[in-house]
Structure formats: C-alpha cells, structure tokens
Write a protein that binds this ligand. Structure first.
Ligand code: MN
Length: 257
C-alpha cells in the first residue's frame, strides 16, 4: 500500500482533518502529521529556531501532533520521520475557503506547496462554508484517487475548494484576483486611538469568469493547478536594458567613488 501523508493548518483536532484522513483511508497507509494548535494564515512559515517534536495522538493510530507549522509537518513526513516517502501529500480539509490570491497566506495550501517543493504530488482541500465535511470528503477521495492513477502535472499542486451544500459538479479553474480596496478597516478605540483590522472588509474579486472564485460562487468544486515558479520569465528577457543601465551606472559610480 502506498503511504499517504495527511496534514492541515486548523490543528490536529479539527473535524476537517479527520474527515480527510477517513475519506482516503482505503487508498493507502494513511499517516497524519498535523500542528498541535491552529495555524491558519501562517503562510509558508518554517520553524528553524527551535526543535519540533511529534507527539503520538491518543487513541489514534499513525496520528502525530507537532509543535510547529503545516510546512514543518510536511518536512518531517517527507524527509525521514515516516517509514517511507509518501506518494501523496493531502492537506485539509480546511474550515473556510482558500481562493485566488489568498492562497499565499494559507497554511493549508502552503503544506501542499512544501510537498510539491519536496517532489511529492500534493493537494490542498478547503470547504468554503459550514462544518459538514461529508460531501467535501467524498470529493477529496475522488480527486486523490485520480491523482494516484493519473498523477498530477510536475511541480504543480492542486488547490481544491468545495462549496457549501451539494456541488453541481467540478471545474478546473485559474486562481482569481482580489480587489484590495477594503482590506483595512479603521476604528477608534474607547480612548480615541485608531486601530486597524486587516481582512475585516467584504472580499471583492476581479472578473470571476474562469476563476476558482467564480466556480464556487456558481456552486461548483474548483480545482486549480498551481505552480511554484514565481519568476516572470518574459520579464527576465525584457529587463535586459535594466541590467545594462544599472551596470553602466554602477561602474561609473565605482570608478568615481
Ligand atoms: Mn485553516
């Protein structure tokens, strides 16, 4: 049986984690390594300044809680803590959506990024609304099964969002883009000082057509293939004149200095 690593960012006691581990239990040997506390919006953080320690979860076989982040859990699982290398990293099911530009903040998606960077096909799952994971777990099993059979494109993770209720189907979609105008909400405290809420406003999105946000808005499961190559390769070519100009200025300054 292939080894499957399951993790999340809501913490080892989250209902979505148990639902995901249970959903894929027949696809392989499932090992769960998850943060001991909630780490939502931790992004891709890695713990380097203190030791991380897996602790067996009581009454759960092959379940471990870690005093660290989702990325820590994936590193542990892929780089030697488990009896063999996992064939799949599955992250979630997150309580709440991870859509569009928000994936950069997401611990759920970062776990899948880490798996991908380490060369293991990885999928992140999120339930957009509510806390009934039944349908989302079934969708996760379908997608994980297909990933095992068909494999995921190289250096690419799948980001899956499941809408509330009964989805109308599945759409492969691009990540949407947020409009950031309302991102900070300013309020006065009782002493008249101003404080700020980040993420307090209603999220707004650019055109929804073809995006993950549009898909879940219309009641579909979204699957977004996400790559980690952040370089704008066209810009590398276009910026040759930057290189030339900066080199000329640098040499001039260096000579005169
Ligand atoms: Mn979360």
């Amino acid at each position: 049986m292939p080894l499957l690593l399951v993790t999340n960012d809501d913490g080892v006691h989250a209902a979505g984690l148990a639902a995901l581990a249970e959903a894929v239990s027949e696809l392989g040997d499932v090992w769960v390594i998850a943060p001991e506390r909630e780490q939502s919006a931790c992004g891709h953080a890695l713990t380097l300044h203190r030791p991380i320690r897996p602790t067996e979860v009581r009454d759960r076989e092959r379940w471990f809680a870690v005093n660290g982040t989702p990325s820590d859990c994936v590193n542990l699982g892929v780089l030697g803590f488990l009896p063999e290398r996992p064939v799949l990293v599955l992250s979630g099911i997150n309580h709440g959506s991870n859509l569009g530009d928000d994936v950069t903040y997401s611990g759920t998606v970062s776990a899948a990024m880490e798996g991908t960077l380490l060369g293991v096909p990885s999928i992140a799952f999120s339930l957009v609304e509510g806390d009934d994971f039944t349908v989302a777990a079934g969708v996760a099993r379908l997608i994980a099964t297909r990933a095992l059979v068909e494999s995921i494109p190289r250096k690419t993770l799948l980001n899956v969002n499941v809408p509330a209720g009964t989805p109308r189907g599945v759409r492969v979609a691009a990540l949407g883009h947020r409009v950031y105008s309302d991102k900070i909400v300013a309020q006065a405290d009782p002493r008249g000082r101003t404080h700020y809420w980040i993420g307090g406003g209603e999220p707004q999105w650019e055109a929804l057509d073809g995006t993950d946000m549009g898909a879940v808005h219309e009641g579909y499961v979204s699957i977004s293939p996400v790559q980690l190559d952040l370089t704008n390769h066209r810009a590398v070519a276009h910026m040759a004149d930057w290189q030339n100009a900066l080199n000329a200025q640098y040499r001039r300054a260096h000579r005169s200095g």
